[in-house]
Design a protein around this ligand. Structure first.
Ligand SMILES: C[S@@+](CC[C@H](N)C(=O)[O-])C[C@H]1O[C@@H](n2cnc3c(N)ncnc32)[C@H](O)[C@@H]1O
Length: 210
C-alpha cells in the first residue's frame, strides 16, 4: 500500500484543507446514539483539521484527538482549546482500558492498511467502556473516486482512490466488524447520493461495545 500518512500530511500542509464544520450525518448519529452523560470521554480518531473535536469540546466533553499527520496535529493545536489532548498516535495518549465513552472515526479507517485496521479496532475495543459507542464510516464500493479494486483475502479488498492522488483504501465486508463485536451490537447504514451521473457512497457504522 502507498504511504497514505504522507499523502494526508501533504494535504494538511495546505491551509485550504481546514474544515470548519462537522458532517451533518455525524451530528445526527452523535445525538441519536451517544451514551448519556454531560461530560463524556471521547476519542476523535483521524481528527484531521478538527471539526469533530471542536464540536465535542463545545459540548464540554473531554476530547482526545489523534491524527497520524504532523501538519494536521499542528492545525489541531492552533484550533482547539487547551482542554483537548492531541497526539499522532493512540499509544502516546496512554489511555487506560475501559476508559472511553465514545470513539469517533469519521472517514479514516479505510486509509489504514489491513493489519493496522485490525490492531486499531482491537485498541478501540480495549479502550471503550462496556456499553461505549463507536461511530465510524467505511468507503462504499460504488464511490465515484474509486478507480480500481482488487480482492485481498479475509473479506477485504484494496482500492485505488482518485480523490487523494495515489491514496489506496481498504474495503471490508461487514463480517470483519461482526467478527470483533457481537452482531446484535452493530447498526449499519449508508450515505449514497447521485449527482451529475456520479455516485458518492459511504458506509455508516454505530457499534456498541459489549
Ligand atoms: C478524510 S480525513 C478525515 C478528517 C476528519 N475525521 C474529518 O471528518 O474532517 C482522514 C484523516 O485520517 C488521518 N489518517 C490517515 N491514516 C491515519 C492513521 N493510520 N492513523 C490516524 N490517522 C490517520 C489523515 O491524516 C486525515 O486527517
Amino acid at each position: 500500500m502507498p504511504n497514505n500518512i504522507q499523502i494526508w500530511d501533504d494535504i494538511y500542509a495546505r491551509d485550504e484543507s481546514y474544515l470548519r464544520c462537522p458532517d451533518d450525518t455525524f451530528i445526527r448519529l452523535f445525538f441519536k446514539y451517544k451514551p448519556s452523560g454531560d461530560k463524556l470521554k471521547v476519542l476523535d480518531y483521524g481528527a484531521g483539521s478538527g471539526p469533530v473535536s471542536e464540536f465535542l469540546l463545545s459540548l464540554s466533553h473531554k476530547t482526545y484527538s489523534v491524527d497520524s499527520s504532523p501538519s494536521a496535529c499542528a492545525m489541531l493545536r492552533k484550533r482547539l482549546s487547551k482542554e483537548s489532548d492531541i497526539s499522532q498516535s493512540l499509544e502516546e495518549l496512554s489511555l487506560g482500558d475501559d476508559s472511553l465513552d465514545m470513539i469517533v472515526a469519521w472517514h479514516v479507517l479505510y486509509y489504514l492498511p489491513r493489519d493496522r485496521l485490525k490492531a486499531t479496532l482491537s485498541d478501540f475495543k480495549r479502550l471503550l467502556k462496556p456499553g461505549g459507542i463507536i461511530v465510524c464510516t467505511m468507503l462504499g464500493e460504488e464511490d465515484v473516486f474509486i478507480t480500481s479494486s482488487s480482492n485481498m483475502n479475509q473479506g477485504t479488498h484494496q482500492m485505488q482512490y482518485g480523490n487523494q492522488s495515489g491514496a489506496c483504501v481498504l474495503g471490508v465486508d461487514l463480517h470483519y466488524f461482526y467478527n470483533m463485536w457481537l452482531a446484535k451490537n452493530i447498526k449499519q447504514g449508508q450515505v449514497r447520493f447521485e449527482f451529475d451521473h456520479q455516485v458518492n457512497h459511504y458506509q455508516l457504522l454505530v457499534i456498541e461495545n459489549d
